[in-house]
Write a protein that binds this ligand. Structure first.
Ligand code: 3PG
Ligand code: MG
Length: 437
């Protein structure tokens, strides 16, 4: 690493409220790689996206708050550039000394980022001698800064990427049994494939949130005004059948909290899911469901949890999610493997101060689900050691040579592999920021 200029992709796409970072997990998770590079004598040019500015400059989505947070965490000043590219940025990059770092402004301010435009990727690549991708949370995106730059630079994955892949692979390859998955969040769409994949792996599937509502409808119940997806009912039915055929138990809510409106301060009550009133919304699981979940989890040795059980943003409807967080912590204390993904589930654990008890907290929502589904993540696949499906694309692997810097070694042509379609990974229109997105 000594003397190398490392172009490092991280996922600093953190939740913000009034310009303040609400949860800095993703920034903390990037620290080991950043420190290792700096300690190794590299200079580090960091790239990230934040939010979805759609190719335009959005002042509220500048990366300065992330730079400030990182500065506090590593105690090294982290300057930001005003733009990911341009003369000022070229200059700032050129002046970097070993052991120094710099954060490029939000790469999604350029339309070329999400389009994976080769010219944009090449400009970014000119800022490094090597590329390190440590953005697990964005590994399901085939964008210029996650995938495109790898065509021009020798590419590696970072420590976070390694840790995520190891934790999630262990879960799929050799889970201690019985193994339970708990899936919540708003929507079934976008999760059908992962639910199908999980049914083949787990002994118990627990459903909550809007996801459970669609399954309640699929099992013949009416859910009143509750959030559910009529288009997904057939899929839910198919998944229930699959579970039945494989002897996998599916636990649906037996009671729920219903509210007049999905707002703070509204009237709410607990009812059985057999008698959900027509003009109310189910907004959380009820106490009997929580007891049932606790009992069902008693013998479980491995837990995967992704997604809140209710409308977690509203504190009165975050009860079941918080209770589940407590159960998860008890299970972890008892020696179970507990892996949690998705912003809201992790937020619940953090609010209760029990996040560290978990075996692994994934920084990826959508990325962890696509990984568990068994899909190739473009941001991983592009790294040669991981085997790249993109190597069948007509990309010329030429490292740009900068005056005064060592030319990076050319990548050896790799064996062709069947190509995957990266475009489908980007257009999922998933529920964002919330869990599973
Ligand atoms: C995420 O939070 O899901 C990742 O950072 C990717 O962001 P995106 O869903 O906007 O592509
Ligand atoms: Mg997302």
């Amino acid at each position: 690493m000594q003397g190398q200029r490392v172009l490092l992709r991280v996922d600093f796409n953190v939740p913000l409220s009034d310009g303040k970072i609400v949860d800095d997990s993703r920034i903390r998770a990037a620290v080991p790689t950043i420190k290792a590079l700096l300690d190794g004598g590299a200079s580090v040019v960091i790239m990230s996206h934040l939010g979805r500015p759609d190719g335009r400059v959005v002042d509220g989505l500048r990366l300065r708050p992330a730079a400030e947070r990182l500065t506090q965490l590593i105690r090294v000043n982290v300057p930001t550039t005003g733009d990911a590219l341009g003369v000022g940025t070229d200059d700032a990059v050129r002046r970097l000394r070993p052991g120094e770092l710099l954060l490029l402004e939000n790469v999604r301010f350029h339309a070329g980022e999400e389009r994976n435009d080769p010219a944009f990727a090449e400009r970014l690549a000119s800022y490094g001698d090597v590329f390190v991708n440590d953005a697990f949370g964005a590994a399901h995106r085939a964008h210029a800064s996650t995938v495109g730059v790898a065509a021009y630079l020798p590419s590696y994955v970072g420590l976070l990427m390694e840790q995520e892949v190891e934790a999630l692979s262990n879960l799929l390859d050799k889970p201690a049994r019985p193994f339970a998955a708990i899936v919540g969040g708003g929507k079934v769409s976008g999760k059908v494939a992962v639910l199908e994949a999980l049914i083949k792996k787990v002994d118990l599937l627990i459903l909550g949130g809007g996801v459970a509502n669609t399954f309640l409808v699929a099992s013949g119940r009416s859910v009143g005004k509750s959030l559910y997806e009529s288009k997904m009912v057939d899929d839910a039915r198919r998944i229930l059948k699959l579970a039945q055929d494989r002897g996998v138990r599916v636990l649906l809510p037996v009671d729920g909290v219903v509210a007049k409106e999905v707002t703070r301060g509204t009237e709410f009550k607990v009812v059985s899911t057999d008698k959900l009133p027509a003009s109310w919304h189910m907004v959380d699981l009820g106490p009997a469901s929580i007891t049932a979940i606790r009992e069902a989890l008693a013998p479980i040795k491995t837990i995967l949890w992704n997604g809140p059980l209710g409308v977690f943003e509203i504190p009165s409807f975050a009860v079941a999610t918080r209770e589940l967080a407590k159960v998860a912590a008890e299970k972890a204390d008892d020696g179970a493997t507990v892996v949690v993904g998705g912003g809201d589930s992790i937020a619940a654990l953090k609010q209760l101060g029990i996040a560290e008890k978990m075996t692994h907290l994934s920084t990826g929502g959508g990325a962890s689900l696509e990984f568990l589904e068994g899909r190739d993540l473009p941001g991983l696949a592009v790294v040669p050691t991981a085997g790249s499906p993109y190597e069948t694309l007509p990309i010329v692997y030429v490292a740009p040579v900068k005056p005064g810097s060592k030319p990076a070694p050319k990548r050896a042509p790799a064996k062709p592999k069947p190509a995957i379609k990266p475009s489908t990974l980007d257009d999922e229109g998933d529920e964002e920021s919330g869990d599973l997105a």
